[in-house]
Design a binder for this molecule. Structure first.
Ligand code: IPM
Ligand code: MN
Length: 355
């Protein structure tokens, strides 16, 4: 009897459906080899639905996603919709609704993949960012007074609760321990954010007491950006707040070879988690069979790992590495293969591990 998992697919906008297709192709072709069966359900939320019906996330969507064991998202972002509406109304709404309080973003340079950092090798770029995913500047606290006048004042507050910081930092230490990593760096700005990040720092060193075997380190966010370029080998696990995590993981995606390969997970360890390639909807490449699906396949591997199928997840990742080496470039349109061929190559490589 195989193990069954209900997966909700949110292909979304632009090239999202194409990359999700390839991830699903890979899972469908190989799951039986691991005693797993995926039951996929599709949901059409995204820019097109919003433009035709005005709907963002409905109660019905929430009900559907609630019953999933995990969610795989393609991309949200549509050139016909004003920036902010879909991001707030769909992506951030889902993260919040399902209390996906961790945004986990590995920054790993695979062998054979080009990094813009001179003289850096796969052994130098291999770390994971644990980003708090529910509050900070993303909490939506703030407002305007005197809107639209020259007296206008706008505020946007960073919300930092003991509860959210503590569970994020605890997750980071547990992640470090369970994944055989050795060191955690707190990335913050304690010299300026003397209240909010002071709280982060106190909680960080407090939680660290329960993990004497894990080395701790601290870096101000600006210095962390510098070291990510100059000495990325210093990092193993980085834990940080929502805004800084957003920024440093785009930098991370670039040093690991670009958006074509960077995957992430919005994780609620006790609930429904949602996995996504972090590259966005790339509208200009829509339906050209030219977008790189490896980031989405990588996101699917993270999903499979979160479901508890470690061996299967590891092999998907190995197949992604195998395939990345075969591409001329990771960028859309320059891969030397079509989107569909990249998916096929991952399937082939995965099937070889099982021969
Ligand atoms: C990301 C994205 C989102 C974020 C946007 C689209 C709201 O940049 O997932 O990193 O800022 O979290
Ligand atoms: Mn971002």
């Amino acid at each position: 009897m195989s193990k069954q998992y209900n997966i909700s697919l949110l292909p979304g906008d632009g090239t999202g459906p194409e990359v999700v297709n390839e991830a699903v192709k890979v899972l469908k072709a190989t799951s039986a080899d691991y005693g797993v069966e995926f039951i996929f359900s599709n949901n059409d939320l995204g820019g097109d639905r919003y433009l035709s019906s005005g709907e963002l996330v409905t109660d019905q969507d929430i009900e559907q996603l609630k019953n999933a064991d995990a969610v795989l998202l393609g991309a949200i972002g549509h050139p016909g919709v004003k920036p902010g509406i879909l991001e707030q109304g769909i992506l951030l709404k889902l993260r919040k609704e399902f209390d996906q309080y961790i945004n986990l973003r590995p920054v790993v340079l695979y062998p054979g993949v080009e990094t813009p950092l001179a003289n850096k090798k796969p052994e130098d770029i291999n770390f994971v960012v644990v980003r708090e995913n529910t509050e900070g500047l993303y909490a939506g606290a703030g407002g305007y007074i005197h809107y639209g006048t020259e007296n206008e004042i706008a505020t946007q507050e960073s919300i930092n609760s003991y509860y959210a910081i503590h569970r994020c930092i605890k997750y980071a230490f547990e992640y470090t321990k369970n994944n055989n990593r050795k060191k955690i760096t707190l990335c913050a700005k304690t010299n300026v954010l003397t209240y909010a990040h002071d709280l982060w720092e106190r909680i960080f060193y407090d939680v660290a007491k329960d993990y004497p075997e894990i080395e701790t380190d601290y870096g101000h966010v600006d210095a962390v950006c510098m070291w990510m370029v100059k000495n990325p080998e210093w990092f193993d696990v980085i834990v940080t707040d929502n805004m800084f995590g957003d920024i440093i993981t785009d930098l991370g995606a670039m040093i690991q070879g670009g958006m074509g390969i960077a995957a992430g997970g919005n994780i609620n360890p006790e609930g429904v988690s949602m996995f996504e390639p972090i590259g966005g909807s790339a509208p200009k490449y829509t339906n050209q069979n030219a977008i790189n699906p490896l980031a989405c396949v990588g996101a699917a591997a993270m999903m499979v790992k979160q479901l508890g199928e470690e061996k299967y997840a590891d092999n998907i990742e190995k197949a992604v590495i195998d395939t990345a080496i075969k591409l001329d470039s990771l960028s859309a349109g320059k891969m030397g293969m079509t989107t569909g061929e990249v998916g096929d190559a991952v399937v082939n490589s995965l099937q070889n591990f099982n021969d």
